[in-house]
Design a protein around this ligand. Structure first.
Ligand SMILES: Cc1cc2nc3c(=O)[nH]c(=O)nc-3n(C[C@H](O)[C@H](O)[C@H](O)COP(=O)(O)O)c2cc1C
Length: 371
C-alpha cells in the first residue's frame, strides 16, 4: 500500500523562495561587517571571497547596504547608491553565483541610528519624528551619543521611496537574485512603523494605515524593479534593537502590515523572533498566525540552534531558518549542521572591520580535522 501523506520537509531539503530555487532551508542572515573600501564604501574582492565561502547556504541575505548617503549609521558599511558600489557588488554576486549560491541584497536606511559625524555635510540624521534613540554610534571622531534626528518633511517622503527604487535597480544591475527590505531592528522603516517613534500627523503617521505606508511604498518600489517573487522584507515586531521603543500594539501594527504584504504576494517574510541577537521568544506577536496568513515563504531567525531549526522546519513552524553568528565563524555551516559536527565559536572582537582576520580566515571542517 502506498501512503498519500507527504513527509514533512527537512532543514536540508530544497525550497522555493519566490522565484529562487534554494538548495536547502538554511539562510545566511544579514551581517554587517564594516569592510567596504574606505572612501567609496564599495564592496571589493575581500567581500566577494567572504560571501563565496558561504555560498552553500540555501540563500544568502547580504549585509545591510545603505540606499543613500544619509542611510549610513556605522563606519565602513557598503552602499548601493553609486556606480562604484554597484560594480563592487557585482564582484560579490558573481563570486557567489560561481560557487553555486544565491544572494539577495538587504536594502537599508538607518534613519535616526546615526550621528552628524557620519552624515553628509554634518547634518542631523533623518527620521519619522525628532525622537532620540538612546545609545552610541562609532564615528571617525570616536564613540558619540546619538542625537535627536530631524523629522522628514512630507515633501521629502517620495525621495526616500525613490532611493529604495534606485537601490533596487542597482541591485538588479549588480546581479543580485532579489532584495530584502530592512524593516527591522529599529532602523528608518521601523521608526515609521512604531507609534513610539512616529509622532507625525501627515499621511505617513498617526493611524496604522499611515505608519505602514513607508514600508509598503518601499516594497512596491522594489517589486516594480524585481517582480514580487524576488522581494522580501525583514521584520522584528518585538525586538528592542537599537533602543527603539516598542509599538503600543505590535499585533495590530505588524499584523496589518503583513496582511497587506500577503495581498501583494511577495516572496518572503523574514522574522526576528524576540530580541535581535539576545533572547529568543515569540510572546507579544502571533508569529504563527502571521505565517498562516502569508502565502509566501517564512524565514525564522534569532538564536536558533541546529535542533531548534530542524524542529521548526519539520513541524511547519517555519519554511527556512536564518543563522547569523554561526555563519560568521563557520563558512561551511550547512555541511556542519548536516553532519552534526562541532561549530567554531565566533570572535566578537573581529565582527566589524577592517581586513581578513575574523572574516575570511575561519576554517572549514576539513581544515580543522586536517590541522
Ligand atoms: C555582527 C552582526 C551584524 C549584524 N548585521 C545585521 C544587518 O546588517 N542586518 C540585519 O537585519 N541584522 C543584522 N544582524 C542581526 C542578525 O542578522 C541576526 O538577526 C542575529 O545575529 C540573530 O541571529 P543568530 O542568533 O543566528 O546570530 C547582525 C548581527 C551581528 C552579530
Amino acid at each position: 500500500m502506498t501512503s498519500h501523506t507527504t513527509p514533512p520537509p527537512s532543514l536540508f531539503d530544497p525550497v522555493s523562495i519566490g522565484a529562487l530555487q534554494c538548495a536547502n532551508r538554511i539562510v545566511m542572515a544579514p551581517l554587517t561587517r564594516c569592510r567596504a573600501l574606505p572612501g567609496s564604501l564599495a564592496p571589493h574582492a575581500l567581500n566577494a571571497e567572504y560571501y563565496a565561502q558561504r555560498a552553500s547556504a540555501g540563500l544568502i541575505v547580504s549585509e545591510a547596504t545603505q540606499v543613500e548617503p544619509r542611510g549610513i549609521g556605522y563606519m565602513g558599511t557598503p552602499g548601493i547608491h553609486s556606480d562604484a558600489q554597484r560594480e563592487g557588488w557585482k564582484l560579490v554576486t558573481d563570486a557567489v553565483h560561481a560557487a553555486g549560491g544565491l544572494i539577495v541584497a538587504q536594502l537599508w536606511h538607518v534613519g535616526a541610528v546615526s550621528h552628524p559625524d557620519l552624515q553628509p555635510g554634518g547634518e542631523l540624521p533623518v527620521s519619522a519624528s525628532n525622537v532620540e534613540l538612546s545609545g552610541t554610534v562609532h564615528t571617525q571622531n570616536g564613540r558619540m551619543h546619538r542625537v535627536a534626528p530631524r523629522a522628514l518633511r512630507t515633501d521629502e517622503m517620495p525621495g526616500i521611496v525613490e532611493a529604495f527604487r534606485q537601490a533596487s535597480r542597482n541591485a538588479r544591475d549588480a546581479g543580485f537574485d532579489g532584495v530584502e527590505i530592512h524593516g527591522a531592528n529599529g532602523y528608518l522603516i521601523e521608526q515609521f512603523l512604531r507609534d513610539s517613534t512616529n509622532l507625525r500627523d501627515d499621511d505617513w503617521g498617526g493611524s496604522v494605515t499611515n505608519r505602514i505606508r513607508l514600508a509598503l511604498s518601499v516594497v512596491d518600489a522594489a517589486v516594480d524593479v524585481f517582480g514580487r517573487n524576488r522581494v522580501g522584507i525583514r521584520l522584528s515586531p518585538v525586538s528592542n534593537a537599537n533602543a527603539c521603543p516598542s509599538d503600543s500594539n505590535p499585533q495590530a501594527t505588524y499584523g496589518t502590515l503583513i496582511e497587506a504584504l500577503a495581498r501583494r504576494r511577495i516572496a518572503f517574510l523574514h522574522f526576528i523572533e524576540g530580541n535581535t541577537g539576545a533572547a529568543h521568544f515569540t510572546d507579544g506577536f502571533d508569529f504563527a498566525g502571521a505565517r498562516r496568513g502569508f502565502p509566501g515563504t517564512c524565514i525564522a531567525n534569532n538564536k536558533y540552534t541546529r535542533e531548534m531549526a530542524i524542529q521548526a522546519v519539520e513541524s511547519g513552524a517555519a519554511d527556512a531558518v536564518a543563522f547569523g553568528v554561526p555563519f560568521i565563524s563557520n563558512p561551511d555551516l550547512v555541511r556542519r549542521l548536516q553532519l552534526n559536527a562541532p561549530l567554531t565559536p565566533a570572535n566578537t572582537k573581529t565582527y566589524y572591520g577592517p581586513g581578513p582576520i575574523g572574516y575570511t580566515d575561519y576554517p572549514t571542517l576539513e581544515s580543522v580535522q586536517a590541522g
